[in-house]
Design a protein around this ligand. Structure first.
Ligand SMILES: Nc1ncnc2c1ncn2[C@@H]1O[C@H](COP(=O)(O)OP(=O)(O)OP(=O)(O)O)[C@@H](O)[C@H]1O
Ligand SMILES: [Mg+2]
Length: 284
């Protein structure tokens, strides 16, 4: 049986003064140790769900649990949850509060009453890990949007969460920074952190994820392996998410070549290249 690190059970939520329910009975679990992606069209409730993931929002009905234990909405228990679950907001302006880069990174550590020398060492280390040492004393309002997003991630990772929730982390990043970020996320995952990323980028989702969840209108409509998700073209298209580009390329190949290469839709250009070159070698 899969062990869920964080699980949402039949969550319902309507914002005060909102136009109607945003979460309408969403139920799903985040499998421990996996790189997970959450897909869903604009406004389906992804960011609202994330805010439930570390207790910032309390569900009106339903339950959120950590390793099978329901959240307790009391100050000390919630503080513990924010240590376990790191949330990187969709908009970094909502996350960054101090005046300089290093002050912002140290903010969460200061709240934990750690000795100053421990805080200093952790901040120095994370500045190196994220390649931000030269920006240490730069005022936050001098950073580009991409740099602010990077800083928001650094400020969460310095707290060493067990689960990282990333809300559309590649939005506004250029190709180079997107690749860098994905490499960093792989490193974060290898070091033992479970990651759940909300994204609209189907190419990134299918190349990167080991587990795919799809939401629509405040409910979960799919959770499973990427290969299984790729076989649900009709569902992905009906939700206006579409298919990753690689699936369209695969679709365009002659049937005879697909049969020779074998397997289902490849998840990345690299996988397609490998399979094609394997096929070419074996047919020589
Ligand atoms: N603070 C708020 N008050 C009232 N309604 C809100 C608030 N925040 C979000 N909503 C509404 O809740 C719904 C879901 O929003 P949410 O941001 O969770 O969606 P999302 O799936 O993250 O969308 P996107 O892909 O655009 O980021 C939307 O209809 C939105 O207008
Ligand atoms: Mg959102």
């Amino acid at each position: 049986m899969t062990s869920w690190l964080l699980a949402f059970n039949d969550l319902h939520y309507t914002y005060p003064g909102g136009r109607g329910p945003v979460l309408r009975g969403v139920t799903f679990g985040i499998p421990e140790g996996k790189k997970c992606v959450l897909l869903g069209r604009n406004g389906c409730g992804k960011s609202t769900l994330f805010l439930h993931g570390n207790g910032i929002i309390q569900p009106q009905t339903g339950q959120v649990s950590w390793r099978g234990k329901p959240f307790v909405y009391k100050r000390s228990a919630l503080q513990e949850m924010t240590q376990r679950v790191g949330l990187v907001f969709q908009d970094p302006e909502h996350q960054l509060i101090a005046s300089t880069v290093s002050e912002d990174i140290s903010y969460g550590l200061c709240n934990r009453n750690l000795p100053p020398e421990v805080i200093r060492a952790k901040v120095e280390n994370i500045l190196d890990v994220f390649g931000m040492r030269e920006l240490a004393d730069v005022p936050i309002h001098h950073l580009s949007l991409g740099q602010k997003r990077r800083l928001a991630l650094a400020g969460v990772m310095v707290l060493e969460p067990q689960l990282l929730l990333l809300d559309e982390p590649t939005a506004y990043l250029d190709r180079y920074q997107t690749k860098n970020l994905l490499r960093e996320l792989d490193q974060i995952h290898r070091s033992g952190t479970t990651v759940l990323m909300a994204t609209h980028d189907m190419d990134i989702a299918f190349e990167w994820a080991e587990w795919i969840c799809v939401m629509d209108a405040g409910k979960l409509v799919f959770a499973g392996e990427p290969q299984e998700a790729l076989s649900k073209r009709e569902m992905l298209e009906s939700l206006h998410l579409g298919m990753p580009l690689i699936a369209e390329v695969w679709e365009a190949l002659p049937e005879s070549l697909k049969q020779e290469v074998g397997g289902g839709i490849p998840r990345s250009v690299d996988e397609l290249k490998k399979r094609l070159s394997g096929q070419l070698v074996s047919s020589r």
